[in-house]
Design a protein around this ligand. Structure first.
Ligand SMILES: [Ca+2]
Ligand SMILES: [Ca+2]
Ligand SMILES: [Ca+2]
Length: 207
């Protein structure tokens, strides 16, 4: 097809898609009651800020709330949506948004995130049947937000003690996440040595 080249250019010119992931959930707090201590952490994996105004969180059944405040989630940033927004009552969590009408069942439940256009953006279905171990007094954390968070193997109880004593990392990097090392480039002198030895081709040295 003759449109191949312009189409490829258009793809490259598209702005990067924002990807907001369900990154951590406090399903069964121990330091405070569930009615005060449940929360959901979102993480922005993209390099663009995203407004969450008009986004919906639901379990697909009767639980649902809409984010009706203009909350921005910055690149590489976190937003905490909490059932109780008072850190003196919710275990010490500083929430960005307080919701009602959403309950996280301790045995298993669903959390679906819809964007303002009504498109499903991310979803978590946790239950023991699906291989999840839902701890008491610890959140469930995604191990790597840049990989799919669907399988239970991508989730683990937090190992960081927080606030009133439960294990969790609300609003910060998960305890399980180890960022990849930045790409290491050998120093210029080492490249010249390899070039002189004939190990590195001219193309590689001039790169
Ligand atoms: Ca529910
Ligand atoms: Ca619960
Ligand atoms: Ca976290």
């Amino acid at each position: 097809m003759v449109v191949a080249a312009p189409y490829a250019f258009a793809l490259e010119a598209e702005p990067e898609e924002p990807i907001i992931v369900i990154n951590e959930v406090m399903v069964n707090p121990d330091a405070v009651s569930d009615s005060r201590g449940e929360w959901i952490e979102l993480y922005n994996t993209s390099s663009n800020p995203v407004s969450l105004l008009g986004w919906t969180v639901t379990d697909g059944k009767r639980d649902m709330f809409i984010i009706d405040e203009d909350i921005a989630i910055s690149p590489d940033g976190y937003v905490v949506l909490a059932r109780c927004g008072d850190p003196l009552r919710n275990g010490g969590v500083h929430a960005d948004f307080e919701y009602s009408g959403m309950y996280l069942a301790n045995g298993g439940d669903a959390i679906m995130l819809f964007d303002k256009m009504g498109a499903v953006h991310d979803a978590l279905f946790y239950s023991e049947e699906r291989g999840f171990t839902i701890p008491c007094g610890a959140s469930l954390e995604v191990k790597d937000p840049f990989k799919t968070n669907t399988p239970s193997s991508q989730w683990a109880p937090s190992t960081s003690v927080f606030g009133d004593g439960d294990f969790c990392t609300p609003g910060t990097c998960n305890s399980w996440y180890v960022p990849p090392d930045p790409v290491q480039k050998p120093p210029r002198g080492a490249l010249f040595f390899l070039f002189k030895k004939g190990i590195l081709p001219v193309d590689g040295f001039l790169e």
